[in-house]
Design a binder for this molecule. Structure first.
Ligand code: GDG
Length: 748
């Protein structure tokens, strides 16, 4: 098959998302309803909050496991985000998740605080499950889409995806530490894992030290050249890809936490908590998943010794320890729970009085409001992790303390300690040091507390989770989160190009002038875009062209082009210039191919009532946008395979919910060059959202302006978010054009 871009010849797409997040767990929890029906509840974590705005504007999908084994769920939509569940069997849950992820990688990456177990069957399951996630992403991603893979459970996904979909932009973020090579090298599959990660374009870590450990592992295992955060990764053909590996410290929705903290009922609850603990002078708080990395034992030991030595008394200080249940089927975690509960029991037995408890131990999860009330009630927050990627609890405590009070005691072995330098920093292995730090925190004067908390708060406020995702995506795509409206650099480019003697404004239609809709016949340009296009088309020195993959006839119907507009349909096979429509004549062989293609696609489209075939002068398109995802993928695969076998010379294009075959290759780039020549244009503005618009962007030069609508890899130098913003851009262009030729502007 002759693909217009070699990298896309082997690609099939059944849904079409421009932005995909892949994580082990979905951001929703499955619940069986009262009558056994399926219900979904959001599980709002930091990651969801960070990515929600991006996902909504970018037509995003989230791929992950729904949290129940041996169940398959169809894709669905939840709160404006498309959710694509990936199934796991009970044995995969044991081997891939509890085994390899949580009993091999987790302890290894946390500096072998607990001994990692190495089992070959677990590794096999890890490979199998990673492949399943990669395949789901490959099926769902639109051409050139951005796929962002999360965390250590899915380290092989970037490479697997790159192999099946080289057109994608692939990011990976590791939420946990990456260990020094001396430790990492224990892993029997150390080469495969690093090779898997190197499939990404950008590999993000929490700390600079983690990124450094990773690049050193790359050098030791593969000998690839590295310069700062850039790694040169040669592919099979010897060509070099530049992979970026660097730190992007994650954060929290700090404004969201502060908002909860300011609610009167949450503050009342904080007072109630204090009173229920017998109004001690100081409340110390620990909040952790019950995990051996969190240093809960070290904290209890230090606190117990302070009580024993009489440096603190239970009237003075109570420790509240929330240990939320975690990984309870993994043996190390069961043992840890027993040990901690034994310690708490002993300490309470030894030191509690009837009126004052030494330790309030809570083995539950709590709603976020209750957590915030606890943060407000706590005079001292204890974060004593032995190793922690970041530790969000530390940042949450700081975000909640709008009263600029409270002391954060923070382990040097957390990622957070790189940023939160004004905390009381401790080495949790040094029990004497932790004891001294606890006493220092308890007795710290108010002025000192305020000074430190103010600085900490500034840090957390300035680097919140929205900044984190924006900076990662910016490194990944060069675009990041696209600002609403017309971004300033684009405004400047518009002002420049508006001075051109003869300007051609060439616009894609679907997804650019018109929002995408399920039924192509329903697509219409937004009112504002249409009005701006009319204004531009009315001027003598400006030509407007609409450049579409649609057949000319269908384009005329939906676009209702203004008088004098030039049109290009069927990816440049049909043109309507001033003398009327021109279609390339098909040769006999091409006509025969078209007939054969019609027969094949009609047969395939009969497989689902919602599938349909669109006729084009030099090809056919099979539309599956309204077909359920699983069937759509089958139909597209069938079309690809049969056409490849029976009509191997045809050109294939995959778009959003559509797969298209042409008997005559042509593209929007060629169309744009003919239009430019016809219009005698000295400069061009081209706006488009689809991968087929890339051919047009590739022809731009000099002061020409290329604008990509939405996310995804692009040759265009500017971006806007949506068709609504395209309308604003065209209005600005019409205004500037008026100004540059001295006509009165509509705006002062
Ligand atoms: C991994 C890395 C990295 C806890 N109990 C309850 C509850 N939580 C919330 C906390 C916090 C989150 O869970 C825990 O985040 P941490 O960062 O402290 O730790 P991990 O779970 O180990 O997370 C870590 C993180 O990924 C992000 O990249 O920072 O280093 O190990 O948000 O508030 N929340 C509620 N009830 C609870 O009982 N509502």
């Amino acid at each position: 098959m002759n693909a217009p871009e070699p990298s896309r010849d082997d690609l099939y797409v059944d849904a079409a998302y421009d932005m995909i997040v892949v994580s082990n767990r979905l951001p929703v929890d499955y619940q069986a309803g009262p009558d056994g029906e399926t219900q979904w509840k959001s599980s709002p974590g930091g990651l969801v909050t960070a990515l929600e705005p991006v996902m909504r504007t970018a037509d995003g999908a989230w791929i992950g496991w729904a949290g129940v084994a041996d169940r398959e769920f169809e894709p669905f939509e939840h709160d404006g985000i498309s959710i694509i569940p990936v199934p796991l069997s009970e044995s995969e849950l044991e081997e891939y998740y509890e085994g390899f992820s949580n009993d091999t990688l987790w302890p290894l990456y946390h500096d072998v605080i607990a001994p990692p177990s190495y089992h070959r069957e677990w590794w096999d399951a890890y490979v199998r499950v990673n492949r399943r996630f990669a395949e789901a992403a490959a099926r769902a991603a639109s051409p050139g889409a951005v796929v962002w893979v999360q965390d250590y459970q899915l380290q092989l996904v970037p490479r697997m995806l790159r192999e099946s979909r080289p057109d994608l932009v692939i990011g990976f973020f590791n939420h946990i530490p990456f260990p020094a090579y001396g430790i990492y090298s224990q892993l029997p599959w150390r080469r495969q894992v690093v090779h898997g990660l190197l499939g990404a374009d950008v590999i993000g870590f929490q700390r600079a030290a983690d990124a450094g450990n990773f690049t050193r592992a790359v050098r030791r295992l593969f000998g690839f050249a590295t310069r700062g955060s850039v790694i040169d990764v040669p592919d099979d053909s010897g060509e070099v890809r530049h992979v970026v590996a660097r730190q992007f410290p994650i954060s929290i929705d700090s404004a969201g936490f502060e908002e909860i903290a300011r609610r009167p009922e949450v503050q009342a609850r904080a007072r109630e908590i204090r009173a229920s603990l017998g109004d001690p002078e100081t409340i110390m708080l620990g909040v952790d998943r019950l995990d051996y990395t969190k240093g809960i034992r070290h904290r209890l030991k230090a606190f117990g010794e302070l009580l024993r030595d009489g440096r603190l008394s239970v009237q003075q200080a109570t420790l509240v320890q929330v240990a939320s249940p975690s990984r309870e089927r993994v043996e190390t975690y069961r043992q840890l729970r027993d040990e901690i509960e034994l310690m708490v029991g002993r300490l309470n037995g030894d030191y509690s009085t009837l009126g004052h408890q030494a330790i309030a131990y809570l083995h539950h999860g709590y709603p976020r409001e209750e957590m915030v009330a606890l943060y407000l009630a706590a005079d001292v927050m204890l974060v004593t992790a032995l190793r922690d990627g970041m530790n969000l609890v530390a940042k949450e405590y700081v975000a909640c303390r709008f009263d600029e009070d409270g002391v954060l005691l923070l382990s040097e072995f957390t990622g957070a300690s790189d940023e939160l330098r004004q905390a009381v920093l401790v080495n949790p292995h040094d029990i004497e040091g932790v004891k001294d730090a606890m006493v220092e925190a308890v007795s710290m004067p108010k002025r000192e507390r305020t000074r430190r908390m103010r600085a900490l708060r500034r840090r957390v406020r300035d680097n919140d989770v929205a900044n984190w995702s924006a900076s990662f995506l910016k490194t990944l795509t060069g675009a990041g989160i696209i600002a609403p409206g017309v971004p300033e650099p684009l405004e400047a480019a518009v002002r420049r190009v508006a001075g051109a003697e003869r300007l051609l404004v060439a616009l894609d239609f679907d997804g650019t002038l018109a929002p995408l809709v399920d039924r192509p016949e329903d697509a219409r340009a937004t009112g504002r875009a249409r009005a701006a296009v009319e204004r531009l088309a009315a001027a003598d020195d400006t030509r407007v062209a609409i450049v579409s993959g649609r057949a000319l006839e269908s384009l005329r119907e939906v676009a209702d082009p203004p008088h004098g507009a030039l049109l290009s349909g069927s990816h440049g096979v049909e043109l309507q210039l001033d003398g009327g429509a021109v279609t390339m004549e098909l040769r006999d062989g091409e006509l025969a191919d078209l007939e054969e293609l019609t027969r094949i696609l009609d047969e395939i489209a009969a497989g689902d009532a919602a599938a349909w075939v669109e006729w084009k002068p030099a090809g056919l398109a099979l539309h599956t946008r309204k077909v359920p995802a699983a069937t759509a993928s089958e139909l597209q695969r069938a079309a690809r395979e049969r056409v490849a076998a029976e009509l191997p010379d045809l050109t294939m294009r995959a778009g959003k919910g559509v797969i298209e075959f042409s008997v005559r290759p042509s593209d929007k780039g060629e169309a744009l060059m003919r239009l430019r020549q016809h219009a005698g244009a000295s400069a061009v503005v081209y706006v488009g959202d689809d991968v087929t618009d890339e051919d047009a962007f590739a022809t731009l030069e000099g002061d020409d302006v290329g604008v990509k609508v939405g996310q995804g890899r692009s040759l265009a130098t500017h971006r806007v978010r949506s068709p609504e913003d395209v309308a604003l851009l065209l209005e600005r262009l019409a205004d500037e054009r008026d100004i540059s030729r001295g006509a009165p502007s509509r705006w002062p």
